[in-house]
Structure formats: C-alpha cells, structure tokens
Design a protein around this ligand. Sequence first.
Ligand code: GLN
Length: 255
Amino acid sequence: MKKGLMKIAALSAVAVMAAAALAGCGGKGDKLVMGTNAAFPPFEFTTSTGLVGEFDGIDVAIANNIAESMGKTLEVADMDFDGLIAAVSTGKVDMVAAGMTATDERRQSVDFSDTYFVASQVMVVGADNADITKADDLKNGKKVGVVLGYTGDGIVTDTLQIAEENITRANRGIDIVQDVKNGKLDAVVIDSATGKALAEKNGLKVVEDAEAFESEEYAIAVKKGNTELLDKINATLAEMKANGEIDELAVKYNQ
Ligand code: GLN
C-alpha cells in the first residue's frame, strides 16, 4: 500500500515535471510578450477586431512584425503605464511598446531601441475654450489632467510647476480626457497623436505650444543588457522605416 502510494507520488512528480517542460517550450519560448497600456490610440487600443486578440494599433503592428521575424507569437500584456518599466526590468514582459518616450531618466532602468516616432505634448481643451492658447496659461489656476508617469506628468509637475491641488492624475489617457468633456478639467496635457485622436473622438480641441513642449521620440524598451532582443527589434524597425511600413501604419491608424 505504502509502496503503491509512493509510486503514484513518483509518477505524479514526473507528470508535473513533464507538464512544466512542455509549458516551458510551448509557452514562453515561442512567445514574445509585449507590455503596454492599451489606452493610447493610435499606438495601442482595444477593439473587437484587433490585430492580436482585442489589441490593435501602431505599436501592436510593429511588435507583431518583430515577433514574426523571430518566429514567435506576439502576446500583449496590458497594464498601467506606470508599471511598465518594472515589468520589463523583472522579466515579466520581454519588451515595452507603449508610445514610450526614450528619456534619460528611463535609460537608467531600461535599454531603448532606435526611435520610431516623433511626438510632443499638446493640450486638449474644450471646443469653445478661449483662455488656453499657450502652456503658461495653465498656470492661472487651471485644472489640469495628466496620465500618471507619462512625460506629460513630468512637464506639468516639474517644468510648468502647476500647483499640486490643480493636477489630476489618471491611469488611462482615454479616461482623463472625459473629464475635459464633462467640465471637471480645463485641459489634459498628453502626447500629440493621442491628443488629436482623443480630441476628435470627444468633440474637443487641441492647443499646441512648440516653444513650451519639446519634441519626444518613441522607442521600444527591453531589460537592461538584453542586446539579443534589442538587435532583433532594431533590425525590424530599420526594415519597416526603409520600406515605408511605419509611415503606412501612421496613415492606416489615422494619426
Ligand atoms: N510618450 C509618453 C511617455 O512616454 C506617453 C506614453 C503613453 O502614454 N503610452 O510618457
């Protein structure tokens, strides 16, 4: 009896190990996991007819090409923008493709690919707003929304030095823009392409200020030292830039 039980235990252990081995090669080995915050159209958003499951957008299309070039299947891990750097640093995701601006601060924690898109911050305001025409106007007691951890958050907080009580921080760009629509906020400071897309969708308007908002360049982030993946990402980006595919995606996703 005792012996029989031990046999069963031994057999189960073998089964568990075999299952783990299978999961190991059938799973992670064949998958490329992209971390993102899918509330940032046209770069990443959810839709019933997405390119990868419910996910679609310029970054999803680029990441899908990277995965294909490696003979892998792309998996999208959707999370708060603020958690993306930690997710890639700890290996929870293989790379971050999230319209992420390659900043010096972030370079301390991750390695960035070559850049693939130039953007800048803009202000999304009500359609009939006449008193916000430049960034400095936000300093006059305006209620300003940003997405937590975005470059726009840093600019509003550190560069423009808007008083804390006038700043609202959200986790998703698509949500915070609603507060401009319903009058809770005077403006949302967010990236240009996304600001334009969200303003159009919600009947709001975009105010630019090229002097106050410097240009930013998007890149894909990997864990520090992961040059193997970085080289593959850069090869696909170079190819997609050379053959015009990145430009085509920008047109296709209407930014
Ligand atoms: N480009 C901005 C940043 O890197 C916003 C990115 C995003 O919202 N997904 O902070």
